[in-house]
Write a protein that binds this ligand. Structure first.
Ligand code: NAD
Length: 462
């Protein structure tokens, strides 16, 4: 008789959500977690603390740049870095304690320590071996560096280090213009650092809509971030207080060097499966080191499953959560499902960027006929009121059926607005369905409706 129906290794958004749903469905559940607190990378050193720093520094930016315009005069606030860190740590603590409370409420055992799988059906934590009918690998990911660049969390930092610096840098070089690079680059630019982002590709935010890429780059440039695109970083050398970043331009092979106080490596993440014993078990990995799974998150070894950043797909907390919930349903004998075509992505810069579904590029590559409905926030009264009239909403719909295929938003609260489109897509809605839905005035959401109208007979305020 097994001790548990399910043991989940890792208490990040994938693991803890899977555990709660397993418990709700009547399965005896335990979670192995070696960190001092629950919540994984996202809650402890990722999504949540970065949002606190983004909020604090956005507020500072508003005070410095927009308050006087609104008739709010007086000295801009000065930065108490220790207090800003304490605020961030408090936000994290409230959330990690919240998960602990949910574990107690749902009678989920937290097996404290780092887990390994000595044999199918067994999980070792410290000296104890627990038995389980099902084991779920939800161990997430870790920062990945590039050749010639060693993360020492001193001069050369990962996103984790970037959240807890002793003090903000004066000169920051960010390697990689992806989500982490732009979010943390924004934080330190707002705190007065000179920020240079070096990106290998010719555009920022790889894979995003091209209009969004250009607009975001233009807006961030105005906010003080510098970009060097088409540049491969080849190495970083450090002294006690400084760093030098060498890069090569892809267009002509010229090399150049940048000086910095700090270098943030934001070149992607890789699955974290060290110490689980997967090799000895014969668990199959993909050639990118992800745990290989089938459509129901089962590995090639019976009774062992995997979800989240450890498997293929976008490395996003909400993708892991959805997989966690769906896998719990499968383990409880129900039909769990994740619609990978409707997983939104959000960048929490100002303005926010959000996207879901197809881009024009993926539709062109697939040879699909589509139409574009685009609406600029210049025509949205509410956006202009908050100095964010520069972005747009772009909806892509099937040329013949009008069914919504994707959407790309850059503008105020884009990360909230995108969900209207996600719901529409889940229901197979047409652009006209959105266009015929009454939207309150004055709201940012009206820009979504206007973009939907632009897929048909035209937007009103364009
Ligand atoms: P990323 O994959 O988003 O971006 C990495 C960038 O580094 C790419 O643009 C790549 O071209 C560039 N790069 C790689 N090698 C380079 C080199 N030698 N020189 C210059 N540039 C180079 O990775 P990330 O920003 O590190 O984020 C990691 C993961 O975490 C991503 O999957 C991301 O989705 C996730 N994340 C998501 C959020 C969010 O949803 N808001 C926030 C943070 C992180």
């Amino acid at each position: 008789m097994a001790n548990y129906d399910v043991i989940i290794i890792g208490a990040g958004p994938g693991g803890y959500v899977c555990a709660i749903r397993c418990a709700q469905l009547g399965l005896k559940t335990a979670v192995v977690e070696g960190r001092e607190t629950l919540g994984g990378t996202c809650l402890n050193v990722g999504c949540i603390p970065s949002k606190a720093l983004l909020h604090a520094t956005h507020s500072l930016h508003e005070a410095e740049h927009n308050f006087a315009k609104m008739g709010l005069k007086g000295k801009s606030p000065s930065v108490d870095w220790a207090q800003m860190q304490a605020y961030k740590d408090d936000v994290v603590a409230q959330n990690t304690k919240g998960i602990e409370f949910l574990f107690k409420k749902n009678k989920i055992d937290w097996l404290k320590g780092w887990g390994s799988i000595p044999a199918p059906g067994q999980v070792r934590v410290g000296d104890e071996v627990h038995e389980a009918r099902n084991i779920v690998i939800a161990t997430g990911s870790q920062s990945a560096s590039i050749p010639g660049v060693e993360i020492d969390e001193n001069r050369v930092i990962s996103s984790t280090g970037a959240l807890s610096l002793a003090k903000p840098p004066k000169k920051l070089v960010v390697i990689g213009a992806g989500v982490i690079g732009l979010e943390m680059g924004s934080v330190y630019a707002r705190l007065g650092a000179q920020v240079t982002v070096v990106e290998y590709l010719d555009a920022i935010t790889p894979g995003m809509d091209k209009d969004v890429q250009k607009t975001l780059q233009r807006i961030l440039k105005k906010q003080g971030l510098e970009f060097i695109l088409g540049a491969a970083v080849q190495g970083v050398t450090t002294t006690k207080t400084k760093a030098k970043v060498t890069y090569q331009l892809t267009k002509d092979g010229t090399q150049a060097v940048l000086d910095a106080d700090l270098v943030l490596v934001a070149t992607g993440r890789k699955p974290f499966t060290d110490g689980l014993g997967l090799d000895a078990l014969g668990v199959k990995l993909t050639d990118r080191g992800q745990v290989a799974t089938d459509a129901h998150w089962a590995t090639n070894i019976a009774g062992i499953y995997a979800i989240g950043d450890a498997i293929e797909g976008p490395m996003l907390a909400h993708k892991a959560e959805d997989e966690g919930m769906a896998l719990a349903e499968v383990l409880a004998g129900k039909a769990g499902h994740v619609n990978y075509a409707v997983i939104p992505g959000v960048i929490y810069t100002t303005p926010e960027v959000a996207s879901v579904g197809e881009t024009e590029q993926t539709l062109k590559d697939a040879g699909r006929a589509y139409k574009v409905g685009k609406f600029s926030y210049m025509g949205n009264a509410r956006a202009k009121a908050v100095f964010q009239g520069e972005g747009f909403v772009k909806i892509l719909a099937d040329k013949d059926t009008d069914r919504i295929l994707g959407a790309h938003i850059i503008g105020p609260a884009a990360g909230e607005l995108i969900h209207e489109i996600c719901v529409a897509m889940e229901f197979g809605a047409s652009a006209e369905d959105l266009a015929l839905t009454c939207h309150a005035h004055p709201t940012w959401s009206e820009a979504v409706r206007e973009a939907a109208l632009a897929c048909g007979d035209g937007a009103i305020h364009a």
